[in-house]
Design a protein. Structure first.
Length: 238
């Protein structure tokens, strides 16, 4: 049985939406939706909240999540790479005798994961024997990278994908995706290579109707507007 760690990074500081991880969204703090998603997942063996904020730690404990330590101050800066934080946390858990085959990063700024979504992502990852899975959303055709240009040093435009001739018909454009940030799952062993992106990378599409990544006040307002429809479809979060 493969052990999966549900890893929720929740730093206290935030410039776009101050205190967003503990800010109330409906009847729950923002981070509460992600904690519930982890707890409802069949594949996640244990959940770890990485935070430097006492109030966030208290919220996690109120949901039954142990917070065995606070994130060190030098790893809680705006400029701190997530990889550095994760490597330090995974090493700490290993020192407690807790080993995991996979890590699922669940960002609290993406609160709307349908029940079963994390498990579906993990199932695809293991079925394809992939190294890393990222949840994705489709790029609108008008922003398709095959129709995006970069200006070179001579001032001329080049197709961003490197092709010499542009695809002229919309119907011929390949479907392209971006990471939406809701779920990242990867083999823990990749951290020894200073990455969580392995060579065998797969994606899993998320429901775009309730997609939001809270980074700005406008994002927060969108989350407020989408909350009722999300709860109607996922009453387990009420």
């Amino acid at each position: 049985m493969k052990r999966v760690l549900g890893y929720i990074p929740a730093r206290g500081g935030s410039k776009g939406v101050p205190g967003k991880n503990k800010k109330m969204l409906g009847e729950r703090p923002l981070i509460g939706y992600t904690i519930l998603a982890a707890q409802q997942s069949a594949c996640i063996a244990e959940c770890f909240v990485s935070t430097d904020d006492d109030e966030i730690a208290s919220i996690a404990k109120s949901y039954g999540i142990e917070v065995p330590r606070m994130r060190p101050a030098h790893l809680a800066l705006d400029s701190t790479p997530m990889l550095d934080v994760m490597q330090d946390d995974i090493a700490f858990l290993a020192s407690l005798g807790k080993e995991f085959d996979y890590v699922a990063i669940l960002q609290p700024t993406n609160p709307f994961r349908s029940v079963g979504f994390i498990d579906a992502c993990f199932e695809k990852l293991t079925e394809l024997d992939a190294d890393t899975l990222v949840s994705t959303t489709e790029v609108p055709q008008k922003y398709n990278p095959h129709w995006v240009f970069e200006q070179n040093q001579d001032g001329y435009l080049n197709i961003s994908t490197g092709e010499e001739k542009i695809i002229t018909r919309r119907q011929l454009l390949p479907v392209t995706y971006i990471r939406d940030g809701s779920v990242y799952i990867f083999k823990t062993s990749l951290l020894q290579e200073n990455t969580f992106y392995g060579p065998k990378l797969v994606g899993y599409p998320i429901n775009q109707e309730v997609l939001v990544n809270v980074d700005t006040p406008e994002d927060w307002q969108m989350a407020v507007e989408l909350l009722d429809s999300f709860l109607a479809a996922n009453p387990e979060y009420k």
